[in-house]
Ligand binder design. Structure first.
Ligand code: ATP
Ligand code: MG
Length: 280
């Protein structure tokens, strides 16, 4: 299959008061239609920067991003972003938040009735039918996150960009959201780039796990293909030898090859291998 999204040799240099800071160096990745890519790496390595360049929110210093043969220079509805902090407009209901995005994309292409059906269909995809007329302050964090995902999906983006979408959720809600996302992606064949700090999440969801080296001048260290058959079922996978091999390959990359040493108040803290599977 041919490349849908070409992240072509990106360098990102930020101007800072202390002079230029090279955050990314020669980040190069080709993604096919329908692929689910996870970006994983230690905090501050440059994952969000990569995602923001693809979203068109940042312009790369060298290299660029090509989607369907066309260079990306600005944000566009064909690249919907789900942020970690579920950025919903607080004075609008869940339905109205999705409606705003749908209006932007389908204004002259759908009748009012079609639009209503489409908004409701997307909210029901994330199991929000029962609370679609509530405002963000009337629903839980997990529900807000689901509305954010429905809003992104309703734009029918070519590429879904997600920056730690489930990071702030409790473990049960997170598991539920991961399962819904797998279901949705199987149904719609979306192309997804998701940043995560969670090794199990990366293995469960991805077709490829892109592991980034520590910055400055961070780049892609290794790419791990995940060929586990779909649909994937978390309980069965816990016992699966291949699943566990992949999981330890990611942990080895993060905690041996890219071990991170940080200074906290003059004390040197080393992230050790067998700690929690969330990346520090
Ligand atoms: N606008 C900016 N100006 C200067 N430096 C920046 C800017 N944005 C990001 N950086 C620096 O670039 C590096 C990468 O940042 P980025 O936010 O992409 O990391 P990340 O991998 O997403 O981290 P985290 O996992 O903590 O979210 C960091 O050192 C950060 O301080
Ligand atoms: Mg980030």
């Amino acid at each position: 299959m041919s490349t849908l999204l070409d992240i072509s040799n990106i360098d990102m240099v930020f101007d800072t008061p202390k002079g230029p800071f090279t955050a990314l160096k020669e980040v190069d990745l080709q993604i096919k239609k329908g692929e689910f890519i996870s970006l994983i790496g230690h905090s501050g390595c440059g994952k969000s920067t990569v995602l923001n360049v693809v979203a068109g929110l940042l312009q790369a210093s060298t290299g660029g991003v090509i989607l369907n043969g066309k260079e990306v220079n600005e944000p566009g509805p064909e690249r919907a972003v789900v942020f970690q902090n579920h950025s919903l407009l607080p004075w609008l209901t869940a339905y109205q938040n999705v409606e705003l995005a749908v209006n932007q994309v389908f204004k002259n292409k759908m009748s009012a009735a079609e639009m209503k059906d489409w908004i409701e269909e997307n909210l029901s995809l994330v199991h929000m039918d029962h609370a679609m007329h509530k405002r963000p302050d009337e629903i839980s964090g997990g529900m807000k996150q689901r509305v954010g995902i429905a809003r992104a999906l309703a734009m029918q983006p070519e590429v879904l960009l997600m920056d730690e979408p489930f990071g702030a959720l409790d473990a049960l809600t997170r598991a539920h959201m991961q399962d819904s996302l797998m279901e949705i992606q199987e149904k719609l064949n979306n192309t997804v780039i998701m940043i995560t700090h969670d090794v199990d999440e990366a293995v469960l969801l991805s077709d490829r796990i892109v592991m980034m080296t520590n910055g400055p001048a961070a780049t892609i260290g290794e790419i791990l293909p995940v060929n586990l058959p779909r649909p994937r079922e978390r309980l069965a996978l816990a016992e699966d030898a291949e699943y566990n091999r992949l999981r330890s390959a990611v942990l080895t990359f993060l905690y041996e090859k890219q071990r991170k040493v940080e200074n906290f108040s003059n004390k040197s803290t080393v992230v050790e291998k067998d700690q929690a599977t969330d990346v520090a």
